[in-house]
Design a protein around this ligand. Sequence first.
Ligand code: 2DC
Length: 459
Amino acid sequence: TIRPFSEIPGLWKNGVANLYNFWKLDGFKNLHRIMLQNFNTFGPIYREKVGYYESVNIINPEDAAILFRAEGHYPKRLKVEAWTSYRDYRNRKYGVLLKNGEDWRSNRVILNKEVISPKVMENFVPLLDEVGLDFVARIHKKITQNGQNKWTTDLSQELFKYALESVSTVLYGERLGLMLDYIDPEAQHFIDCITLMFKTTSPMLYIPPALLRQIGAKVWRDHVEAWDGIFNQADRCIQNIYRQLRLEGGPPKKYPGVLASLLMLDKLSIEDIKASITELMAGGVDTTSITLLWTLYELARYPNLQEELRAEVAAARAESQGDMLEMLKRIPLVKGALKETLRLHPVAVSLQRYTAEDIIIQNYHIPAGTLVQLGLYAMGRDPKVFFRPEQYQPSRWLRTKTHYFRSLSFGLAEAEMQIFLIHMLENFRVEKQRHVEVQSTFQLILLPEKPIILTLKSL
Ligand code: 2DC
């Protein structure tokens, strides 16, 4: 017998009381831990309501499969109201991240060709390789300046710059110059705005931004300021390319970047292009850099594994005579390492869909239109899903065929991260202080709760 929706366990009857408890547990920072605990208390499915945010949460891969099968022609994702409110407030268009329905689909199809097709990946790789080389050159310089053949530091700022430089070179076909000592203060401001934008989003998941705007709340004002900074920088980059394109005329000699390709293709309106390019640029900084930081942290914890990866990279380099595109086909363990990082330290705590039709999960009836979340963080640490989940073991991915979720920028992000690791492994040994363990904190995306201090030694 199928049990009704109302019998799903969990705390969903009093959103306001739950919000109060959530706040007492410092839930804004601990969302991932609270989810994990809820699965322990309630089992593989629970229902919850915090503030005005209501969802059903699941943890099993088989249940996720049911959910994604029921998503229909236009997957309906959670609308982050803080983000749409800002766009509405400033009269800006939604990009693919925020669009829905047919508008989303048509934009996405065109962007797919320019952002994730294998053909364009070939264009991206040499650009990303160049940034990777500049990054290691910069670290070598820091080590030399230091005079001790090593450099101990919190790499996050360097990684933010690496990620922004990488995404910009691909989007604009031009370098921003962030691997230099003096960097454009506007670019630094952009980086700071992204962090602030994420941080100010999370409370607005639970308290409607329209309300916060009405009462002139600080978090709303900070959020607007953050997005303003993001859009201003993106607008400047876009204007710059647009002007160049009009001056030059004629087809470019080399690959001109995603933006110029989209403009020349002339299938999307300029406003639509701007909106999606801005989202790609803003979405491509913290996400990849934090994943890389966690990967270096894990490699520092497992020195033998680090050597294994280094050997794989050396062999790949030899076999492909340095051709980066070929190399990327010969580094399964490096790819496994990135998957392990995302399993233990996912950027997104959960993945969510509104159901397009009625479905049955764990023998409960779930009506169409329900927000269902797959708890990625909890799933990655579940011993029923992953054998010895606490162990960082890239080789566990060698056997399994995973076809995981394809977000628009993921192909780019993957190549960027793989190329980074190749260069780092070829140049440095990464070490960490013993006995220092770092946990995650939730600021819309999951971030290290305290600085990760690593030591880089020249090989
Ligand atoms: C956060 O409960 C936890 O890819 C919430 O590059 C549910 C939720 C909704 C939307 C998710 C968000 C979580 C995590 C960060 C995500 C976001 C959608 C897109 C965004 C997953 C899981 C991210 C990081 C984008 C950001 C793009 C940028 C322009 C803002």
